[in-house]
Design a protein around this ligand. Structure first.
Ligand SMILES: Cc1cc2nc3c(=O)[nH]c(=O)nc-3n(C[C@H](O)[C@H](O)[C@H](O)COP(=O)(O)OP(=O)(O)OC[C@H]3O[C@@H](n4cnc5c(N)ncnc54)[C@H](O)[C@@H]3O)c2cc1C
Length: 311
């Protein structure tokens, strides 16, 4: 019997584990990936908004987190596939056969990029699909590219790519870009960026053997037939979705599937907590995630201490 099982080892789960350890709780972290860090692996931009630290990218911040994680004494299992969680019984069954039990569970499973589900998206991943404007700019310099999406991430990446690409075509489903004004305003005078609103990409085409993208097929609202646009790279930024498949039938979630919590990070199931992006649709940040981890750990420790004192 553990005091706490934490599911997910991104910034939120690691912070919770660090705090639980410091507060003397028997803590086990289960991470499905082979490595800890969550989205930090996808942050190629400098992190300049985490108080007290500035790092060149997510990997560098993770390196600093890892020093504290290595010095702490909580158990951490990576590559752990969870088959089933019974939240009310606070029992976790792993694919490897173990069944684990805890007094409390913390869900820290974060979010994943939303996908389009169109032909070509999977086939060209890692090649003609651009993962990050910051990281992949040099690889696509001098090439025409397409960015799918109309929010901050899409437009920020389009502007980055426009510094080195002759044309950047932004394809957005909505009537207006959703990106914040400072980004959207920079798009207008940039002759390299063309925006197709009320349009969707229906197919990504290219050479299946080399993985090179050659064109996208675009369908404009009201347009009779889709047309093809020659591009060498496609960057997809159409938002994220919470990783809640394991638990969403057992607790309260909002309309978009994010876990509902109170100010103590507790869900509507007693002694089950949710922290970080999976429960913070409005303002997902590293500092929010690590702060929520600290809150959940302190609440759990106080409750366990109280129940021990009461015998
Ligand atoms: C490109 C990019 C740039 C960003 N830049 C910034 C920035 O400058 N500043 C900032 O504050 N934030 C930034 N963020 C956001 C920040 O990375 C997130 O807010 C933060 O990582 C959230 O941490 P988390 O632990 O809640 O979730 P995540 O980082 O998503 O981690 C969740 C972890 O849970 C694991 N998991 C999921 N499901 C399961 C399961 N069933 N079983 C076991 N484990 C599971 C995942 O594998 C993952 O390791 C950026 C994000 C991106 C993508």
């Amino acid at each position: 019997m553990h005091d706490v099982i934490i599911i997910g080892a991104g910034p939120a789960g690691l912070s919770a584990a660090f705090w639980c350890d410091e507060l003397g709780l028997d803590t086990l972290v289960l991470e499905q990936a082979e490595q800890i860090g969550g989205q930090l692996h996808r942050v190629y931009n400098p992190i300049e908004n985490y108080l007290g630290l500035k790092t060149r990218n997510g990997a560098e911040l993770l390196e600093i987190f890892t020093r504290d994680v290595d010095a702490a004494e909580f158990d951490l299992w990576t590559g752990a596939t969870i088959d089933f969680v019974d939240l009310r019984a606070r029992r976790v069954s792993l694919r490897s056969g173990e069944t684990l039990q805890a007094i409390s569970i913390i869900i820290a499973t974060g979010v994943r990029p939303r996908t389009l589900g169109i032909p070509g998206e999977k086939e060209f991943a890692g090649n003609g699909i651009i993962e990050s404007g910051t990281r992949d700019r040099d690889r696509f310099a001098g090439q025409d590219v397409c960015v799918i999406g109309g929010g901050d991430a899409a437009v920020e990446n389009a502007l980055l790519l426009a510094e080195v690409c002759p044309t950047v075509t932004v394809v957005h489903r909505g009537r207006k870009l959703r990106a914040r004004r400072e980004f959207a305003e920079r798009v207008q005078p940039d002759h390299r960026v063309t925006v197709f609103t009320e349009s969707v990409v229906t197919r990504i085409m290219g050479d299946a053997i080399s993985g090179a993208v050659e064109a996208v097929e675009i369908q404009r609202k009201g347009g009779l037939k889709p047309f093809q646009l020659a591009v060498r790279g496609v960057l997809i930024r159409i938002g994220v979705e919470p990783n809640t498949e394991l638990v969403r039938e057992q607790l309260a979630v909002n309309d978009d599937g994010y876990v509902a919590v109170n100010s103590e990070q507790e869900t509507n199931v007693s002694m089950v907590f949710a922290i970080g992006d999976v429960s913070n649709q409005a303002a997902p940040t590293i500092s929010g995630a690590t702060g929520a981890g600290a809150t959940a750990a302190k609440v759990i420790a106080a409750r366990l201490n109280r129940s021990k004192a009461e015998g």
